[in-house]
Structures are given as C-alpha cells and as structure tokens.
Design a protein. Structure first.
Length: 75
C-alpha cells in the first residue's frame, strides 16, 4: 500500500462480532483514510469486525486494521 492509496475510494463493511443474525453495515467512502478512521472507531466503540475493500481491490482485515491503525504512514 502506498500513501497515494489513502486518497482513493474504499468501502467499509462492519460486521458485529456477537449479534444474532450477524447483519453487516456497508458504506462507501471517498478515501481509504476516512474508511480507516471509521473502522478504528468501530473497533474501539463496539464489538465489531470492520473489513475494508480498497479501490484497487485489496481487502483489509480487522487484524490488519488494528495492526496498522497507529501507523504514521496511514495518517
């Protein structure tokens, strides 16, 4: 992933970890940077598993999002 990728479109889907029926909420974002910020908030605020699909087709897992949420390269 390059810094330029942060300014491209992305879609965030937030799956609840323990909700019955496990319904997901998907939402498009103008930039990957915005999607990452909301994904980190979902992890911190609720029992959630966010997944991001980038404009290039990369799939960012909850583990990747957690591991890279403090990276200065993503801010």
């Amino acid at each position: 992933m390059t810094p330029a990728d942060l300014d491209k479109r992305a879609e965030l889907t937030v799956w609840p970890k323990r909700a019955p029926g496990r319904s997901a909420r998907a939402r498009p974002f103008a930039t990957l940077r915005e999607a990452l910020a909301v994904a980190v908030q979902a992890i911190e605020a609720e029992d959630a598993q966010p997944w991001i699909i980038t404009e290039a087709g990369d799939i960012l897992s909850p583990g990747w999002i957690r591991a890279n949420s403090q990276s200065h390269a993503l801010q």
